[in-house]
Design a protein around this ligand. Sequence first.
Ligand SMILES: [Zn+2]
Length: 206
Amino acid sequence: MIFDTIPVGQIDTNCYLIGDENEGVCAVVDPGGSPERVLEMIEKSGLEPKIILLTHGHWDHVGAIPALLEKWPDLPVYAHEKELCPADEPNPHYFFPHAGKNQRTYGEGDTLALGGLTLQVLHTPGHSGGSVVLLVEDVMLSGDTLFAGTCGRYDLSGGDGEQMLQSLKRLGSLTGDYKVCPGHGALTTLERERQTNPYMQQAMRL
Ligand SMILES: [Zn+2]
């Protein structure tokens, strides 16, 4: 599996590239801004992008989508349905218009094939109503749910502190260890977060 990441946009959102080198394909996760740098990361990989995956729909995770769709007009863009901001309920934290004909939804229990890789979707509300965590092999794309040493804020519209704790508990209860790749900040591991993250520890006591 190919793995790469760059910080993008105004508040350094981590954009990830997950690829299957055998089949020459990749997914772009949370292309939040800096489109020229996202395109450069894809080019450098030598892989063909097949899907855009969003951990959630906040503006800082989606800003480079138009540039990607300009270059690859058929790329599906996956997000949880709760992240699709309806036209009659504008929300300043969300992107609108959404990805139009390219928009797809995914949710709890779904799996997506990327070449020979399988990505698993966990619905983890708390930071936003439709936040998801994606698992692929030993990598956990944790979005703004789990960060190194902390968790995402839950005071924005659609956020919920109780749900955040339940989601953190669920992640902490997964079997084994994962390389945790958050939406912002440093990479970490699930085991390190179980041992040191006060929010995860509070959640695990519930
Ligand atoms: Zn967010």
